[in-house]
Design a protein around this ligand. Structure first.
Ligand SMILES: C=C1C[C@]23C[C@@]1(O)CC[C@H]2[C@@]12CC[C@H](O)[C@@](C)(C(=O)O1)[C@H]2[C@@H]3C(=O)O
Ligand SMILES: O=C(O)CCC(=O)C(=O)O
Ligand SMILES: [Fe+2]
Length: 329
Protein backbone atom coordinates (compact mmCIF):
# COMPACT_ATOMS: atom_id res chain seq x y z
CA UNK A 1 0.00 0.00 0.00
CA UNK A 2 1.30 3.51 -0.82
CA UNK A 3 1.05 6.08 1.96
CA UNK A 4 0.88 9.57 0.52
CA UNK A 5 3.71 11.91 1.28
CA UNK A 6 3.07 15.67 1.58
CA UNK A 7 6.24 16.43 -0.42
CA UNK A 8 5.31 16.17 -4.15
CA UNK A 9 8.79 15.13 -5.29
CA UNK A 10 8.99 12.42 -2.61
CA UNK A 11 5.49 11.25 -3.49
CA UNK A 12 6.42 10.97 -7.20
CA UNK A 13 9.48 8.88 -6.39
CA UNK A 14 7.53 6.68 -3.99
CA UNK A 15 4.72 6.14 -6.49
CA UNK A 16 7.22 5.34 -9.21
CA UNK A 17 8.77 2.71 -6.95
CA UNK A 18 5.64 1.27 -5.35
CA UNK A 19 2.78 1.97 -7.73
CA UNK A 20 -0.59 3.57 -7.10
CA UNK A 21 -2.56 2.54 -3.99
CA UNK A 22 -4.15 -0.91 -4.02
CA UNK A 23 -7.60 -1.31 -2.53
CA UNK A 24 -8.66 -4.80 -1.45
CA UNK A 25 -12.44 -4.78 -1.80
CA UNK A 26 -12.80 -7.90 0.35
CA UNK A 27 -12.09 -5.61 3.36
CA UNK A 28 -15.74 -4.56 3.08
CA UNK A 29 -16.76 -7.69 4.99
CA UNK A 30 -14.70 -7.10 8.14
CA UNK A 31 -12.98 -3.71 8.03
CA UNK A 32 -15.41 -1.42 6.29
CA UNK A 33 -14.29 1.85 7.86
CA UNK A 34 -10.62 1.08 7.10
CA UNK A 35 -11.67 0.41 3.51
CA UNK A 36 -13.64 3.66 3.14
CA UNK A 37 -10.75 5.66 4.67
CA UNK A 38 -8.25 4.09 2.24
CA UNK A 39 -10.48 4.82 -0.75
CA UNK A 40 -10.98 8.45 0.26
CA UNK A 41 -7.24 8.86 0.85
CA UNK A 42 -6.42 7.42 -2.58
CA UNK A 43 -8.93 9.73 -4.31
CA UNK A 44 -7.59 12.78 -2.44
CA UNK A 45 -3.90 12.03 -2.96
CA UNK A 46 -3.77 10.31 -6.36
CA UNK A 47 -7.18 10.37 -8.13
CA UNK A 48 -6.49 6.74 -9.05
CA UNK A 49 -6.32 3.36 -7.30
CA UNK A 50 -6.19 -0.30 -8.19
CA UNK A 51 -9.02 -2.60 -7.02
CA UNK A 52 -8.36 -6.25 -6.27
CA UNK A 53 -10.84 -8.89 -5.09
CA UNK A 54 -13.48 -6.93 -7.00
CA UNK A 55 -15.80 -9.91 -7.47
CA UNK A 56 -16.27 -9.60 -11.26
CA UNK A 57 -16.00 -13.00 -12.90
CA UNK A 58 -13.16 -13.76 -15.32
CA UNK A 59 -15.77 -15.14 -17.77
CA UNK A 60 -17.45 -11.74 -18.10
CA UNK A 61 -14.08 -10.02 -18.60
CA UNK A 62 -12.66 -12.61 -21.03
CA UNK A 63 -15.84 -12.68 -23.11
CA UNK A 64 -15.56 -8.97 -23.91
CA UNK A 65 -11.78 -9.16 -24.29
CA UNK A 66 -12.04 -12.01 -26.82
CA UNK A 67 -14.75 -10.25 -28.82
CA UNK A 68 -12.64 -7.09 -28.77
CA UNK A 69 -9.48 -8.82 -29.99
CA UNK A 70 -11.42 -10.64 -32.67
CA UNK A 71 -13.01 -7.36 -33.77
CA UNK A 72 -9.72 -5.45 -34.02
CA UNK A 73 -8.22 -8.27 -36.10
CA UNK A 74 -10.87 -7.79 -38.85
CA UNK A 75 -10.20 -5.84 -42.07
CA UNK A 76 -10.73 -2.07 -41.66
CA UNK A 77 -13.88 -1.74 -43.86
CA UNK A 78 -15.60 -4.40 -41.74
CA UNK A 79 -14.67 -2.57 -38.55
CA UNK A 80 -16.22 0.64 -39.84
CA UNK A 81 -19.51 -1.14 -40.46
CA UNK A 82 -19.79 -2.74 -37.05
CA UNK A 83 -22.17 -0.30 -35.32
CA UNK A 84 -24.03 0.57 -38.51
CA UNK A 85 -24.09 3.80 -40.54
CA UNK A 86 -27.06 5.35 -38.71
CA UNK A 87 -25.34 5.57 -35.32
CA UNK A 88 -24.08 9.14 -34.88
CA UNK A 89 -20.51 10.19 -34.16
CA UNK A 90 -18.54 9.81 -31.89
CA UNK A 91 -19.77 6.20 -31.54
CA UNK A 92 -18.34 3.30 -33.46
CA UNK A 93 -14.91 2.46 -34.76
CA UNK A 94 -12.20 5.09 -34.91
CA UNK A 95 -8.60 5.01 -35.99
CA UNK A 96 -5.85 7.40 -34.82
CA UNK A 97 -8.11 10.47 -34.52
CA UNK A 98 -9.46 11.28 -31.05
CA UNK A 99 -12.33 13.78 -30.75
CA UNK A 100 -13.22 16.54 -33.24
CA UNK A 101 -10.27 18.87 -32.94
CA UNK A 102 -7.28 17.26 -34.54
CA UNK A 103 -5.96 15.16 -31.65
CA UNK A 104 -4.15 12.10 -32.92
CA UNK A 105 -2.80 8.94 -31.31
CA UNK A 106 -1.35 5.60 -32.28
CA UNK A 107 -4.42 3.54 -31.50
CA UNK A 108 -7.70 2.28 -32.83
CA UNK A 109 -10.84 2.14 -30.72
CA UNK A 110 -14.47 1.21 -30.46
CA UNK A 111 -16.68 3.67 -28.57
CA UNK A 112 -20.14 2.53 -27.43
CA UNK A 113 -22.91 4.10 -25.38
CA UNK A 114 -23.45 1.93 -22.29
CA UNK A 115 -27.25 2.36 -22.37
CA UNK A 116 -28.06 2.68 -26.07
CA UNK A 117 -27.99 -0.83 -27.47
CA UNK A 118 -28.16 0.66 -30.98
CA UNK A 119 -24.42 1.33 -30.66
CA UNK A 120 -23.53 -2.25 -29.64
CA UNK A 121 -21.98 -4.45 -32.32
CA UNK A 122 -24.38 -7.38 -32.93
CA UNK A 123 -21.47 -9.81 -33.21
CA UNK A 124 -20.53 -9.19 -29.55
CA UNK A 125 -23.71 -10.95 -28.35
CA UNK A 126 -24.37 -10.40 -24.63
CA UNK A 127 -20.72 -9.58 -23.86
CA UNK A 128 -21.13 -5.79 -23.82
CA UNK A 129 -24.24 -5.80 -21.61
CA UNK A 130 -22.78 -8.35 -19.20
CA UNK A 131 -19.53 -6.41 -18.85
CA UNK A 132 -21.20 -3.00 -18.60
CA UNK A 133 -23.65 -4.35 -15.99
CA UNK A 134 -20.78 -5.71 -13.87
CA UNK A 135 -18.51 -2.65 -14.03
CA UNK A 136 -21.41 -0.21 -13.57
CA UNK A 137 -22.30 -2.10 -10.36
CA UNK A 138 -18.66 -1.97 -9.26
CA UNK A 139 -18.46 1.77 -9.91
CA UNK A 140 -21.67 2.34 -7.90
CA UNK A 141 -20.37 0.25 -5.01
CA UNK A 142 -17.12 2.26 -4.98
CA UNK A 143 -19.02 5.55 -5.13
CA UNK A 144 -21.17 4.48 -2.15
CA UNK A 145 -17.98 3.62 -0.22
CA UNK A 146 -16.57 7.05 -1.12
CA UNK A 147 -19.73 8.77 0.13
CA UNK A 148 -19.50 6.73 3.34
CA UNK A 149 -15.82 7.67 3.79
CA UNK A 150 -16.70 11.34 3.29
CA UNK A 151 -19.47 11.08 5.93
CA UNK A 152 -22.11 12.17 3.44
CA UNK A 153 -25.66 11.52 4.73
CA UNK A 154 -27.07 10.14 1.43
CA UNK A 155 -24.69 7.28 0.62
CA UNK A 156 -26.11 6.96 -2.90
CA UNK A 157 -25.69 10.63 -3.79
CA UNK A 158 -22.97 9.90 -6.41
CA UNK A 159 -23.99 6.41 -7.55
CA UNK A 160 -27.59 7.33 -8.32
CA UNK A 161 -26.35 9.53 -11.17
CA UNK A 162 -24.84 6.44 -12.84
CA UNK A 163 -27.75 4.14 -11.91
CA UNK A 164 -30.21 6.52 -13.58
CA UNK A 165 -31.74 4.89 -16.69
CA UNK A 166 -30.79 8.01 -18.66
CA UNK A 167 -27.14 7.82 -17.57
CA UNK A 168 -24.75 8.85 -20.33
CA UNK A 169 -22.10 6.23 -19.43
CA UNK A 170 -19.78 4.95 -22.17
CA UNK A 171 -17.68 1.92 -22.94
CA UNK A 172 -14.49 2.27 -24.93
CA UNK A 173 -12.12 -0.45 -26.15
CA UNK A 174 -8.69 0.89 -27.09
CA UNK A 175 -6.30 -1.20 -29.14
CA UNK A 176 -2.64 -0.21 -29.45
CA UNK A 177 -0.95 -2.34 -32.11
CA UNK A 178 2.63 -3.42 -31.33
CA UNK A 179 5.60 -1.53 -32.74
CA UNK A 180 6.68 -3.11 -36.02
CA UNK A 181 9.78 -1.12 -36.66
CA UNK A 182 10.84 0.62 -33.45
CA UNK A 183 12.85 3.40 -35.10
CA UNK A 184 10.20 4.43 -37.60
CA UNK A 185 7.53 5.15 -34.97
CA UNK A 186 9.26 6.69 -31.99
CA UNK A 187 9.95 10.43 -31.86
CA UNK A 188 13.26 11.93 -30.70
CA UNK A 189 12.46 11.53 -27.00
CA UNK A 190 11.76 7.81 -27.38
CA UNK A 191 8.02 8.30 -26.88
CA UNK A 192 5.16 7.05 -28.98
CA UNK A 193 1.89 8.44 -27.68
CA UNK A 194 -1.09 6.10 -27.94
CA UNK A 195 -3.71 8.25 -26.17
CA UNK A 196 -2.53 11.76 -25.30
CA UNK A 197 -2.68 13.37 -21.86
CA UNK A 198 -6.11 14.21 -20.47
CA UNK A 199 -8.41 13.77 -17.51
CA UNK A 200 -11.60 11.80 -18.03
CA UNK A 201 -14.62 14.13 -17.97
CA UNK A 202 -17.11 11.73 -16.35
CA UNK A 203 -17.64 10.73 -12.67
CA UNK A 204 -15.55 7.57 -12.46
CA UNK A 205 -13.57 5.46 -14.94
CA UNK A 206 -13.07 1.71 -14.51
CA UNK A 207 -10.12 0.61 -16.65
CA UNK A 208 -9.03 -2.95 -17.29
CA UNK A 209 -6.18 -3.87 -19.63
CA UNK A 210 -4.35 -6.96 -20.75
CA UNK A 211 -0.77 -7.51 -19.56
CA UNK A 212 0.81 -4.97 -21.95
CA UNK A 213 1.74 -1.74 -20.16
CA UNK A 214 1.34 1.82 -21.41
CA UNK A 215 -0.85 3.71 -18.93
CA UNK A 216 0.92 6.56 -17.15
CA UNK A 217 -0.29 9.12 -14.60
CA UNK A 218 0.98 12.65 -14.12
CA UNK A 219 2.13 13.49 -10.58
CA UNK A 220 1.70 17.01 -9.12
CA UNK A 221 5.36 17.83 -9.91
CA UNK A 222 4.80 16.95 -13.59
CA UNK A 223 6.56 13.57 -13.50
CA UNK A 224 4.88 10.82 -15.55
CA UNK A 225 4.69 7.55 -13.62
CA UNK A 226 3.94 4.22 -15.34
CA UNK A 227 1.03 2.18 -13.98
CA UNK A 228 1.78 -1.56 -14.01
CA UNK A 229 -0.72 -3.54 -16.09
CA UNK A 230 -2.69 -6.11 -14.10
CA UNK A 231 -5.34 -8.08 -16.02
CA UNK A 232 -6.81 -9.38 -12.73
CA UNK A 233 -7.47 -5.93 -11.33
CA UNK A 234 -9.30 -2.76 -12.31
CA UNK A 235 -7.87 0.73 -12.16
CA UNK A 236 -10.34 3.33 -10.95
CA UNK A 237 -9.88 6.97 -11.92
CA UNK A 238 -11.60 10.05 -10.53
CA UNK A 239 -13.19 12.05 -13.36
CA UNK A 240 -13.81 15.81 -13.65
CA UNK A 241 -17.48 15.49 -12.61
CA UNK A 242 -16.52 13.80 -9.31
CA UNK A 243 -13.93 16.52 -8.72
CA UNK A 244 -16.75 19.07 -8.94
CA UNK A 245 -19.24 17.01 -6.87
CA UNK A 246 -16.65 16.80 -4.06
CA UNK A 247 -15.79 20.52 -4.46
CA UNK A 248 -12.20 19.69 -5.37
CA UNK A 249 -11.55 17.36 -2.42
CA UNK A 250 -11.00 14.56 -4.94
CA UNK A 251 -8.98 15.50 -8.02
CA UNK A 252 -9.39 14.02 -11.48
CA UNK A 253 -6.16 12.34 -12.56
CA UNK A 254 -4.22 13.42 -15.64
CA UNK A 255 -3.18 10.31 -17.56
CA UNK A 256 -2.07 9.09 -20.98
CA UNK A 257 -1.32 5.78 -22.68
CA UNK A 258 2.00 5.17 -24.39
CA UNK A 259 2.25 2.83 -27.34
CA UNK A 260 5.92 1.93 -27.21
CA UNK A 261 5.74 -0.94 -24.75
CA UNK A 262 5.74 -4.01 -26.94
CA UNK A 263 7.10 -5.05 -30.28
CA UNK A 264 5.15 -8.30 -30.26
CA UNK A 265 1.81 -7.90 -28.51
CA UNK A 266 -0.94 -5.28 -28.72
CA UNK A 267 -2.23 -3.49 -25.63
CA UNK A 268 -5.99 -3.58 -25.28
CA UNK A 269 -7.83 -1.62 -22.61
CA UNK A 270 -11.53 -1.72 -21.79
CA UNK A 271 -12.76 1.52 -20.22
CA UNK A 272 -16.13 2.14 -18.60
CA UNK A 273 -16.87 5.84 -18.07
CA UNK A 274 -19.64 6.24 -15.47
CA UNK A 275 -21.56 9.42 -16.30
CA UNK A 276 -24.73 11.25 -15.18
CA UNK A 277 -27.77 11.88 -17.41
CA UNK A 278 -27.36 14.80 -19.83
CA UNK A 279 -29.82 16.98 -17.88
CA UNK A 280 -28.26 16.33 -14.43
CA UNK A 281 -26.83 19.38 -12.69
CA UNK A 282 -23.20 18.99 -11.63
CA UNK A 283 -22.45 21.08 -8.59
CA UNK A 284 -20.63 20.42 -5.28
CA UNK A 285 -22.77 18.42 -2.85
CA UNK A 286 -23.89 20.36 0.20
CA UNK A 287 -21.63 18.53 2.68
CA UNK A 288 -18.50 19.53 0.74
CA UNK A 289 -19.22 23.27 0.96
CA UNK A 290 -18.66 25.37 4.10
CA UNK A 291 -17.27 28.82 4.97
CA UNK A 292 -13.84 27.15 5.13
CA UNK A 293 -14.43 25.39 1.79
CA UNK A 294 -16.40 27.79 -0.41
CA UNK A 295 -18.04 26.46 -3.56
CA UNK A 296 -15.37 26.44 -6.27
CA UNK A 297 -17.59 25.80 -9.31
CA UNK A 298 -20.52 27.39 -11.13
CA UNK A 299 -23.36 24.89 -11.62
CA UNK A 300 -23.63 23.28 -15.04
CA UNK A 301 -25.43 20.34 -16.58
CA UNK A 302 -23.58 17.28 -17.84
CA UNK A 303 -24.87 18.16 -21.33
CA UNK A 304 -23.27 21.62 -21.06
CA UNK A 305 -19.98 20.09 -19.93
CA UNK A 306 -20.03 17.69 -22.86
CA UNK A 307 -20.57 20.55 -25.30
CA UNK A 308 -17.58 22.38 -23.80
CA UNK A 309 -15.54 19.20 -23.99
CA UNK A 310 -16.34 18.45 -27.62
CA UNK A 311 -15.17 21.88 -28.69
CA UNK A 312 -11.91 21.48 -26.75
CA UNK A 313 -8.72 19.56 -27.37
CA UNK A 314 -7.84 16.41 -25.48
CA UNK A 315 -5.31 17.97 -23.09
CA UNK A 316 -7.37 21.11 -22.28
CA UNK A 317 -8.42 21.69 -18.65
CA UNK A 318 -12.13 22.12 -19.40
CA UNK A 319 -13.05 22.56 -15.73
CA UNK A 320 -11.36 25.97 -15.73
CA UNK A 321 -14.35 27.26 -17.75
CA UNK A 322 -16.63 26.46 -14.81
CA UNK A 323 -14.49 27.74 -11.93
CA UNK A 324 -15.95 30.56 -9.84
CA UNK A 325 -13.96 33.75 -9.62
CA UNK A 326 -13.34 35.20 -6.14
CA UNK A 327 -16.21 37.71 -6.35
CA UNK A 328 -18.79 35.30 -7.83
CA UNK A 329 -21.76 34.43 -5.58
C1 LIG B 1 -10.70 15.43 -27.67
C2 LIG B 1 -11.70 14.80 -27.08
C3 LIG B 1 -11.93 13.34 -27.15
C4 LIG B 1 -12.86 13.11 -25.97
C5 LIG B 1 -13.74 14.31 -26.08
C6 LIG B 1 -12.70 15.43 -26.18
O1 LIG B 1 -13.23 16.59 -26.71
C7 LIG B 1 -12.09 15.65 -24.80
C8 LIG B 1 -12.23 14.41 -23.88
C9 LIG B 1 -12.03 13.09 -24.66
C10 LIG B 1 -12.53 11.90 -23.87
C11 LIG B 1 -11.50 11.25 -22.93
C12 LIG B 1 -12.19 10.11 -22.18
C13 LIG B 1 -12.99 9.22 -23.11
O2 LIG B 1 -12.09 8.40 -23.87
C14 LIG B 1 -13.88 10.03 -24.06
C15 LIG B 1 -14.84 9.14 -24.83
C16 LIG B 1 -14.58 11.10 -23.28
O3 LIG B 1 -15.70 11.08 -22.82
O4 LIG B 1 -13.75 12.20 -23.18
C17 LIG B 1 -12.98 10.91 -24.92
C18 LIG B 1 -13.67 11.81 -25.94
C19 LIG B 1 -13.80 11.17 -27.33
O5 LIG B 1 -12.91 10.41 -27.76
O6 LIG B 1 -14.79 11.49 -28.01
O1 LIG C 1 -6.10 2.83 -23.04
C1 LIG C 1 -5.68 3.25 -21.97
O2 LIG C 1 -4.90 2.65 -21.27
C2 LIG C 1 -6.17 4.61 -21.49
C3 LIG C 1 -7.26 5.15 -22.35
C4 LIG C 1 -7.91 6.38 -21.84
O3 LIG C 1 -7.36 7.08 -21.05
C5 LIG C 1 -9.25 6.72 -22.33
O4 LIG C 1 -9.80 6.01 -23.19
O5 LIG C 1 -9.80 7.73 -21.84
FE1 LIG D 1 -8.76 8.47 -20.15
Amino acid sequence: MVVASPNPLKRSKKTKAMGVPTIDLSLKYQQRSTLTDLIVEACEDFGIFKVVNHGISTEVISALENHGLDFFSKPTPEKHLVVGPTVPKPFGYGFRNIGNNGDVGDLEYLLLHANLSSTHPPLFGEAVDDYVGAVADLSCELLDLMAEGLWVSDKTIFSKLIRDVQSDSLLRLNHYPPLKNKDSFINGSGERIGFGEHSDPQILTILRSNDVGGLQICMPDGLWVPVQPDPNAFYVMVGDALQVLTNGRFGSVKHRAMANNSTTKARMSMNFFGAPPLNATISPIQEMVSPMNPNLYKPFTWGEYKRAMHSSRLSDCRLNLFKRRINDQ
